[in-house]
Design a protein around this ligand. Structure first.
Ligand code: SF4
Length: 344
């Protein structure tokens, strides 16, 4: 395999998408974009990225941001733990006088930053000749070499990373890394057939020659997700305020707001009213809502929903949120999207 960099870079300079974090690749911008793009498509993440930067333009602003505001800015992106870790990192950097670590090891020591993000910041923002290997890059190399290695295995990933580095021009490390990611995102795509006729590496590609591109890369079979029944209750008082709970600070959707919820149980209407009575909340009326499902990485919530009219005002010992406050103050995770839409 000859050096792929010249053809790849030429293609990248002509075809790369103009993205705000490419126009100004400061470490803050590259870092934020990489965090947001984990599990999220570029087109979906861009409006969040721009809104987030407008509200929190730099490290001191993110470090000082109140939790509710941070959750609100992240609302819709999911994986709130990423926002929390980002703020922890911002506080570490702020405590260093706003100076970023400029080595991969220093970046890896920041909360929530793994190999890929550290490599992206170090190569794109600081110009260091280091790898930034994500799923896109692994897919391209798996096909380019027609390599059946299982890319979810650490040893295979290390071997692929070594190959990526064999081709990296040290003076253009950031562009080369981005070009590989871009090729994987736009041409050597994950779903459906790769667009080989548009690929600058087509003449070198062994999977294309062998007709195996669609079968690659090989991955370990995902673990089966646990199915968990959950009962969601939109409990509303006569003032049209909804009862909210805050989730525990650790675990799934840590620290976020939710409607009344019972995990592990699909309750009947009678059982819900009995549970509410036990909490000192009398049920005036109850209607079933459509079932809903939310898929997390390791668990699926199968939700049974109810809307309840409470006989009395929500007691002061609970959080009661008016409809407007649900939009402006309290960030409810996407998991409840089907039900929160009904409130609106
Ligand atoms: Fe991917 Fe096709 Fe390019 Fe090979 S030729 S790297 S399979 S897009």
């Amino acid at each position: 395999m000859e050096n792929i960099a010249p053809a790849l870079l030429e293609w990248f300079y002509k075809n790369q998408r103009i993205l705000p974090f490419r126009t100004d690749p400061s470490p803050y911008h590259v870092w934020l974009s990489e965090i947001m793009l984990q599990q999220t498509r570029v087109s979906a993440a861009l409006p969040y990225y721009e809104r987030f930067l407008a509200a929190l333009p730099d490290i001191p602003a993110l470090a000082a941001c109140e939790e509710e505001k941070l959750h609100k800015l992240w609302e819709g992106l999911g994986y709130y733990n990423r926002a929390r870790k980002a703020q922890e990192s911002a506080r570490v950097i702020a405590a260093r006088g706003g100076v970023w670590p400029d080595t991969v090891e220093g970046l890896l020591a920041l909360p929530g930053i793994g190999d890929y993000t550290a490599g992206a910041i170090a190569s794109i923002s600081f110009g260091l000749a280091v790898p930034a290997v994500d799923g896109n890059v692994l897919r391209v190399f798996s096909r380019l070499y027609n390599d059946p290695g299982v890319i979810t295995e650490p040893a295979v990933k290390r071997a692929f990373t070594a190959r990526v580095m064999e081709h990296q021009p040290p003076e253009k490390a950031g562009d080369y890394n981005q070009a590989l990611m871009e090729l994987g995102a736009l041409v050597c795509v994950p779903n459906g057939a790769p667009l080989c006729e548009q690929c600058p590496l087509a003449s070198l590609c062994e999977a294309r020659r062998a007709g195996t591109a669609l079968e690659l890369p090989h991955k370990a079979a995902p673990k089966a997700r646990r199915i968990e029944p959950v009962t969601v209750v939109l409990a509303e008082d006569a003032e049209e305020r909804f009862l909210l709970q805050q989730r525990p600070q650790k675990g799934l959707l840590a620290g976020l707001w939710q409607p009344l919820l019972w995990e592990g149980e699909a309750l009947s209407a009678e059982e819900v009213c009995a549970r509410l009575e036990a909490l000192g909340l009398a049920c005036e009326g109850i209607e079933p809502l459509p079932a809903a499902k939310h898929i997390f990485s390791h668990v699926e919530w199968h939700m049974t929903g109810y809307r309840v009219r409470l006989r009395h005002e929500i007691p002061k010992s609970y959080i009661a949120a008016a409809k407007e406050e649900l939009k402006t103050i309290y960030a409810l995770p996407n998991a409840f999207g089907r039900y929160t839409k009904m409130i609106e």
